[in-house]
Design a protein around this ligand. Structure first.
Ligand code: ATP
Length: 241
């Protein structure tokens, strides 16, 4: 962990990140700083490099080049610690079709040696309206139910870095509200939150900062007030062209 010019704790520190898949340059030299108690929106068109950046931060794929430090740990040196300390809601997948939400939470608790996890698990499932489905296999879940469970799993162990990739996609208003509360609770306990989404208005409600990616590069770092409402929509559109 390092500190910004003020007294903020920098929980995500990316400098000169490049990710290549063969000849495809998914991420082309981006820098990101994200701080304790703040949420940052990662915006950009399809293929801009948002999910790839999230996966690197979660320790799922290695950076091709560049420095990526998550809560003081270099992902290149210790991806396992990074995996444990982050909470990651991937844009797709991540759920075991033959397991129930309760079994997912049980496994997550065992892997992290969490004590007294049951009450928190129950509370999160209720908040996300998944209480009645707690013992149903996820293979039969609707898209929105799967999204909501993925957010629950990411937030469950109260990580210091919460990474939510398209958490609002196909989620109903109650699920959106529960997700906004998870983001705000995470900020209150000092986590840094990164939210990748196409839903600019929802992102601006949850986030203080925004980073716009285009073709794997960062084209703007803004405060959320710059991207709100119709003026914000126009400003955002201009950044995408
Ligand atoms: N495993 C992979 N192998 C090859 N190319 C990949 C792989 N993952 C991502 N890419 C490519 O990298 C680029 C960035 O993809 P990425 O998924 O990061 O974009 P995104 O901004 O999350 O897009 P979306 O909004 O559609 O989810 C795209 O051109 C994509 O095809």
């Amino acid at each position: 962990m390092s500190s910004s010019g003020g007294n903020e704790i920098e929980r995500i520190h990316i400098r000169g990140l490049w990710v290549r898949f063969g000849s495809v340059e998914a991420v082309r030299g981006i820098d990101i700083s994200a701080y304790a108690g703040r949420a940052t929106a990662l915006l950009g068109r399809n293929g801009a490099g948002k999910s790839t950046t999230m996966r690197v931060l979660a320790g799922v794929i290695p950076p091709t080049e560049g420095e990526v430090v998550v809560d003081g740990v270099d992902v290149r040196h210790d991806p396992l610690t990074v995996k444990r300390s982050t909470g990651f809601c991937p844009d797709v997948g991540g759920l075991v079709p033959r397991a129930t939400p309760w079994e997912h939470l049980q496994l997550a608790a065992r892997l992290r040696r969490m004590q007294g996890w049951e009450l928190r698990a129950q509370d999160l499932l209720e908040r996300f309206d998944l209480g009645a489905a707690a013992h149903r296999v996820t293979g039969g879940f609707s898209h929105g139910m799967g999204r909501r469970l993925s957010v629950v799993l990411a937030a469950f162990h109260e990580p210091s870095v919460l990474l939510l990739d398209e958490p609002f996609d196909g989620v109903d208003p109650l699920g959106v509200e529960a997700t906004q509360r998870v983001i705000s609770d995470a900020k209150d306990r000092g986590a840094a939150v990164l939210v990748s989404t196409h839903l600019r208005d929802l992102a601006m409600e949850a986030c203080e900062d925004a980073l716009v990616l285009r073709g794997g590069s960062a084209v703007a770092a803004l405060g959320s007030e710059d991207l709100v409402g119709e003026d914000g929509a126009r400003a955002y559109r201009a950044l995408l062209d």
